[in-house]
Design a protein around this ligand. Structure first.
Ligand SMILES: NC(=O)c1ccc[n+]([C@@H]2O[C@H](COP(=O)([O-])OP(=O)(O)OC[C@H]3O[C@@H](n4cnc5c(N)ncnc54)[C@H](OP(=O)(O)O)[C@@H]3O)[C@@H](O)[C@H]2O)c1
Length: 249
């Protein structure tokens, strides 16, 4: 019997790897995007918007599994859009990607992810939730965004960056398996100081400038300094930050 798997956010950093790796015999892989299908896409593309609900019924119709990677920071974050997705879904296994430590770090985006996890858990749908640490791309992007400044600022604290391809592999495994509830967290291979990661990025792109760690007030920054975003007991990823950078620079 053919299986239909919908990947929301299938054009994003994570979702595009997930969708590609799900392609296989006897499977229809659908990608949901606000954009029209690119020429030659191998997916059963559905154009729709989780914010307005347009096209969502068509995207979810007949789906056996939904890997929910779509995200947006505005308008209630993932919670509002996921409520729409749940309302349109009939019995599909919902696989959601969340973030390590969101219950301890009260960033607005994280609060919305926590609310989304609860919505999924109470949805009546079969579900699986994986929490991951920050992706290499995001950690690199924090320093990249400041390349024009004479100094690089970092938030005092640590990261455990993980390769997006390894998170995608785990999500694919979960999507092809049985609904598993909240599965063990997934982190990158190393816990590293934010200044050390910034210096490593600068060295990889041939830049040398001061890196200054700032200590912000507030509960979220305190929790970050305390390492609430880390999961050293699940250092499952293999690709280090240096290996990730070496592939790109
Ligand atoms: N980045 C990290 O370090 C990290 C770490 C752990 C977990 N995560 C989680 O991983 C997930 C994916 O993150 P990412 O970095 O891959 O995100 P991303 O690259 O920013 O991609 C976001 C995706 O969401 C889709 N999207 C946004 N608004 C939408 C809407 N209204 N309707 C339909 N689709 C919409 C976009 O599709 P179109 O633009 O094509 O419509 C895009 O494919 C998120 O849930 C994030 O919280 C990220």
């Amino acid at each position: 019997m053919s299986e239909t798997i919908l990947v929301t956010g299938g054009t994003g950093a994570l979702g595009r790897v997930v969708a590609k790796r799900l392609l296989g015999d006897g499977r229809e892989i659908r990608v949901l995007s606000r954009k029209p299908a690119p020429v030659g896409t191998p997916y059963a593309w559905r154009t729709g918007d989780l914010k307005t609900g347009a096209g969502i019924a068509e995207a979810t119709e007949g789906a056996d599994t939904i890997v929910h990677c779509a995200t947006g920071a505005s308008g209630g974050g993932d919670a509002a859009t996921t409520r729409r997705l749940i309302e349109a879904t009939r019995g599909a296994h919902l696989v959601y990607i969340s973030i390590v430590g969101i219950e301890k770090i009260p960033f607005l985006y994280y609060n919305a992810k926590l609310a989304t996890e609860r919505l999924i858990q109470e949805s009546g749908l079969p579900w699986t939730i994986l929490r991951a640490t920050q992706f290499h791309d995001l950690v690199a992007g924090l320093t990249k965004a400041q390349l024009r400044l004479p100094v690089t600022f970092t938030l005092k604290g640590r990261f455990q960056p993980v390769d997006v391809r390894e998170v995608a592999d785990r999500l694919v495994e979960l999507a092809l398996g049985q609904p598993s509830g909240r599965v063990p967290d997934m982190g990158g291979p190393e816990v590293r100081d934010s200044t050390d990661l910034a210096r490593t990025y600068l060295a990889a792109v041939g830049r040398d400038k001061p890196v200054v760690a700032i200590s912000l007030p507030g509960k979220a920054a305190r929790a970050f300094r305390a390492g609430a975003n880390l999961t050293p007991e699940h250092a499952d990823g293999k690709v280090t930050f240096e290996q990730y950078l070496a592939e790109r620079h």
